[in-house]
Design a protein around this ligand. Structure first.
Ligand code: TXA
Ligand code: MG
Length: 321
């Protein structure tokens, strides 16, 4: 199959209207989309990604009115989040309406809804004229795609169209929030932080060990490069260097304002991120570059689970398992 690469949301949207799948940029990571009402089109996503059928997809909208079509009821918990964070890097879970084929929600009675803030994504969904079911545009299990060429690497010749755009602004997936109960519960930490959520809903919480029956996707291996990942604390950094085995190609990612130039020598690849935000934004791209360079071991600094640090540690822990 020839893969068309286009900058035009209008041209890309035509593929969705024809029942095909198409990758597109968002502010979090690139998505691989299909018409959420078209069971056959959605099936193509699962096949292309090699995604387990029990892992539900997020439905992307460009107009708030569409929430009423997708969800049975908008709870007060959801309303606050929509007011404050839509459009943006956040996904809400609500009871689903019958109109959505069960393949999208993997048979669950709930549906995940997100309205991206990226203007290219927004136009693409608008021109498609339907809500778009989309997981991240990577082969299941590999690091999420934050740049156009990551999508090309995984899907060139396997999907009919990629809508290209700039690198993702956040680089880490949306925060998934269960809004079916009285208070919002984060089931996947992401670019909107628990602290931000608590400002509008003081009983908001993060459920670290969520039941797989409620969010099946959480049980799968995620975000992993080919290399083995070793997490370390900054205090142990010198020990890491001492204990490093020669003969293996290794890389290191660290967050620091200071100068670490002299440590560069010890690794094939060494990245210093000025802030935790940059660390989160660059992590998946870093993993992919390490794979390209046949790195065997990746040392990643742990961060405190504050702000975006909670989502970053979630991804680092999963990648290191
Ligand atoms: O930022 C993002 O969320 C990106 C962009 C493309 O929007 N999408 C993304 O999709 O990360 P995906 O499929 O890689 O992750 C969706 C997560 C999975 O963990 C899935 O299990 C969960 O959302 N999910 C989807 N529908 C759900 C539902 N009804 N109930 C609970 N969890 C759900
Ligand atoms: Mg994913």
């Amino acid at each position: 199959m020839k893969t068309l690469i286009t900058h035009s949301p209008r041209i890309a949207a035509k593929f969705i209207r024809k029942g095909c799948i198409c990758a597109f940029p968002t502010e979090t990571v690139y998505g691989l989309g299909a018409n959420a009402f078209d069971e056959n089109a959605v099936k193509k996503i699962f096949i292309a990604k090699n995604r387990p059928a029990d892992n539900p997809l997020i439905v992307h909208i460009s107009d708030l009115k569409d929430i009423n079509i997708l969800a049975e009821e908008i709870t007060p918990a959801a309303e606050k989040i929509i007011d404050k964070f839509f459009p943006g890097p956040v996904t809400i879970i609500l009871k689903k309406n019958e109109i959505i084929p069960s393949i999208v929600t993997a048979g669950l009675s709930t549906i995940a809804i997100r309205m991206p803030s990226n203007p290219i994504a927004n136009k693409f969904i608008y021109f498609a004229g339907v809500p778009i079911a989309a997981p991240s545009a990577n082969i299941s299990g590999t690091p999420s795609p934050t740049e156009f060429h990551h999508v090309l690497n995984d899907f060139n010749g396997k999907i009919p169209c990629i809508l290209s755009g700039p690198p993702a602004q956040f680089g880490i997936e949306s925060t998934v929030i269960d809004c079916t109960g009285k208070f919002p519960v984060i089931i996947r930490p992401g670019s909107v932080t628990l602290e931000q959520l608590k400002k509008i809903s003081k009983h908001a919480q993060y459920k670290r060990y969520f039941s797989f029956a409620i969010s099946p996707g959480l049980k799968y291996k995620h975000y992993s490069p080919k290399a083995k990942i070793i997490l370390f604390n900054k205090q142990n950094f010198k020990n890491i260097i001492k204990s490093k085995k020669n003969g293996l190609k290794s890389a290191c990612i660290i967050v620091s304002k200071g100068s670490y130039k002299r440590y560069k020598l010890f690794f094939q690849k060494f990245t210093v991120c000025p802030t935790v935000f940059d660390y989160a934004k660059n992590l998946f791209a870093f993993f992919r570059t390490c794979d390209k360079e046949n790195i065997n071991l990746i040392y990643c600094q742990k961060v405190s689970e504050k702000g975006i640090g909670l989502a970053l540690m979630n991804r680092l822990n999963k990648a290191s398992k």
